[in-house]
Design a protein around this ligand. Structure first.
Ligand code: BMA
Length: 321
């Protein structure tokens, strides 16, 4: 699909954050995102050129807070990581993979989920903060291989809710695949009532894999931006689409986009550590302004900004465009 036909439109000054903004890094990508005290706040995944030493622990990836008044120019805290490997569990076991952050605000608390990766497999680590200075570990909330559960921003029928994507080995053994599921919890730690929601492969752009981001509440339903992976003769291609879930019963899909809302097209989405990738961990929506902003990873190296109209995305889901 031509870039101009996608619902999300790129900011012309993309990429807005690059490794040049973080001395010693080789990738600054896949950010978690939210509004905090009236500012746009990103939790940036940083891959270092050589081990980054913090509090005596050497690590190759860390998470850093970046804030902006205008949503375009960001001030990154390069001195202090927000999440980093340390001697406490689960970080000791998990290795340093504090990347791909999913942020959900529930009440006054910002919950953050990121993967722990290591010889135990990849699992979901839940943490929280109220000030984006202190990150507090809560618990491991998903077993391998289920790296990124995403929380709904409010309880549904009296329970916390989440969507996740446990992996399974595909029958042809060529790829790992996974389906998206919904589950519920009384306390954000113990999860149950698991229900299957969506398989990959309903459209060419998500032929082998799909993965969720935190749901966004709209009048018409929960809007969930997802990434999709298509394998072809030159490798993989990561694009972005959307699904819309029923507000009262998120196990019901009200609609989904069959085409991408953003797919790799620009040079900075090809020329990087992992070419042919646009990857999302969330979005910032404002229903009163009918606006959605997506800070997305480009080729696992940079951060780009794409914007669109929330109502157009919801319509595209309902019409199956
Ligand atoms: C996924 C994750 C992302 C990455 C993407 C493309 O599996 O590892 O961090 O952006 O692959 O490489």
């Amino acid at each position: 699909m031509l870039a101009e036909e996608n619902i999300l439109k790129r900011y012309p000054g993309n990429p807005i954050i690059t490794p040049k903004d973080f001395p010693g890094s080789k990738a600054v990508f896949n950010p978690g995102q939210t509004m905090f005290n009236g500012k746009t706040l990103l939790l940036v995944s940083v891959l270092h050129n050589k081990p980054y030493c913090y509090k005596g622990v050497r690590q190759m990836t860390t998470t850093h807070v970046a804030v902006s008044d205008d949503g375009i120019h960001f001030d990154i805290n390069t001195e202090e990581p927000f999440i980093y490997k340390n001697e406490n569990e689960p970080y000791k076991t998990a290795g340093d993979q504090a990347i791909d952050l999913r942020v959900t605000k529930i009440g006054d608390t910002y919950y953050i989920i990121h993967p722990g990766c290591g010889s135990w497999g990849t699992f979901g680590i839940l943490g929280k903060t109220t000030d984006f200075k202190k990150h507090e570990y809560v618990n491991i909330i998903s077993l391998p291989d289920n790296r990124l559960p995403c929380l709904f921003p409010e309880k549904i029928n009296g329970l916390y809710a989440r969507i996740d994507r446990p992996y399974r080995v595909a029958p042809n053994q060529l790829h790992y695949m996974g389906n998206i599921w919904v589950s519920y919890s009384p306390d954000l730690i113990y999860w149950g009532n698991h229900r299957p929601l969506l398989k990959p492969g309903y459209s060419h752009w998500c032929g082998t894999k799909i993965g969720p981001t935190p749901p966004i509440k709209t009048k018409e339903g929960w809007l969930v931006l997802i990434h999709g992976v298509e394998e072809n003769s030159s490798g993989h291609r990561y694009s972005i689409g959307a699904i819309l879930l029923d507000l009262e019963n998120p196990e019901i899909i009200r609609g989904k986009t069959y085409s991408t809302i953003l797919e790799p097209y620009e040079p900075y989405e090809f020329n990087g550590i992992v070419p042919n990738v646009v990857f999302i961990c969330g979005a910032i929506a404002d229903e009163t302004k009918d606006e959605i902003r997506v800070y997305y990873g480009c080729a696992d190296t940079y951060i780009g900004l794409a914007t669109g109209r929330l109502s157009e995305l919801v319509d595209a889901c309902l019409k199956g465009q």
